[in-house]
Design a protein around this ligand. Structure first.
Ligand code: SF4
Length: 134
């Protein structure tokens, strides 16, 4: 089974920032899929990869994926699937506390090199001109 796809999966509109450059115009999360809905999408993706004999790298994003509780069962589920080569999250970093980092570190398919900690230094004043007033 070869790695053929990189998927960036937008799992929520929720976000704790309002960056000036953001492509979103909704942040409420009311149209987000719940865990059963996300699992249904995951199963469809996995069946497709299986049929093609391909593996995928899947990065979960939003919005801010750490605001969505269903992120955790989704990561745990995808981590167990043979069709998933690698997992990651794309986050603004504001919620990367020690407990969250430890939880992410326990997901084997998130590479050790994913530099969550590096974002901590960008979480304050330095990004303020980019994010805008919020
Ligand atoms: S952190 Fe990302 S999703 Fe949130 S407002 Fe900024 S660009 Fe948009």
């Amino acid at each position: 089974m070869e790695t053929g796809f990189y998927i960036q999966w937008h799992i929520t509109d929720l976000c704790n920032l309002r960056c000036r450059h953001c492509y979103q115009d909704r942040f409420a999360g009311g149209d987000d899929l719940d865990w059963p809905g996300l699992k249904g999408v995951a199963d469809n993706l996995l069946a497709t990869f299986r049929g093609w004999g391909q593996k995928a790298c899947i990065h979960l994003t939003g919005g801010e994926p750490l605001l969505k509780p269903a992120l955790w069962p989704l990561l745990e589920y995808l981590n167990l699937q043979a069709e998933v080569e690698e997992l990651g999250i794309i986050t603004n970093g504001l919620l990367l506390e020690r407990g969250t980092l430890e939880r992410l570190s326990a997901v084997e398919k998130i590479p050790e090199g994913q530099d969550f900690a590096g974002w901590r230094g960008c979480a304050g004043q330095r990004l303020h001109p980019v994010r805008g007033d919020f």
